[in-house]
Design a binder for this molecule. Structure first.
Ligand SMILES: [Zn+2]
Length: 191
């Protein structure tokens, strides 16, 4: 079994957890203080989730996971800066995590902000500048723009980080783009 296949196995587990969430069958395991005690001196998360700071997106809940399972990074609208990149690099190099999910979502406030102000500067610049890179004057729905932006982040990360680029090339990291639907709870994998 190659490490690339391992990444897909972890993804399958998370998507099964998402089905549990969608079906109202959360197992609520490993949410106790005892779990924290057991993990006091180490962590071995299975996956990194880079998603929006939006209060409606809780990766542990939507993937039916417990404490210690997910290494999570959140910024408004999945804005990328050096802190985000080095956090992902930490997950790759120090925690040996083999799956990274970039998770955008419906009705994203940061995406709506970018649509409102494009192409002006001066309004939450560090949040909307990345979104602006995939925008044109053509009309597009907020949700479609969110998906387009999420998909663009793969190349952004590869271009800004030799560590991320090498991890993907060497099949030590599987990078998946995804989109959360608020009306169903379903995590859709983006091609
Ligand atoms: Zn958002």
């Amino acid at each position: 079994m190659t490490k690339n296949i391992q990444g897909y196995a972890i993804l399958e587990n998370l998507l099964n957890g998402n089905k549990d969430f969608v079906n109202g069958e959360l197992s609520i395991l490993n949410h106790q203080v005892d779990t924290l005690k057991q993990l006091k001196n180490q962590q071995h998360p299975n996956a990194m989730i880079f998603t929006c700071s939006d209060s409606r997106i809780s990766p542990e809940i939507i993937f039916n996971c417990g404490l210690g399972e997910l290494f999570t990074i959140k910024t408004a609208g999945l804005a990328i800066d050096n802190n985000v990149i080095e956090t992902i690099e930490y997950g790759i190099e120090k925690l040996k995590i083999e799956l990274l999910i970039l998770l955008g979502h419906d009705n994203c406030g940061a995406i709506e902000t970018a649509k409102k102000y494009y192409p002006q500067k001066g309004h939450f610049d560090s949040l909307v500048n990345g979104i602006y890179t995939v925008m044109t004057s053509a009309t597009i729905s907020t949700d479609d723009l969110a998906k387009t932006y999420t998909k663009s982040l793969e190349n952004t990360l590869i271009s800004k980080s030799d560590i991320i680029k090498a991890a993907i090339k060497d099949k030590n990291l599987l990078l998946i783009k995804a989109h959360l639907h608020h009306d169903t709870g379903i995590v859709e994998i983006l091609e």
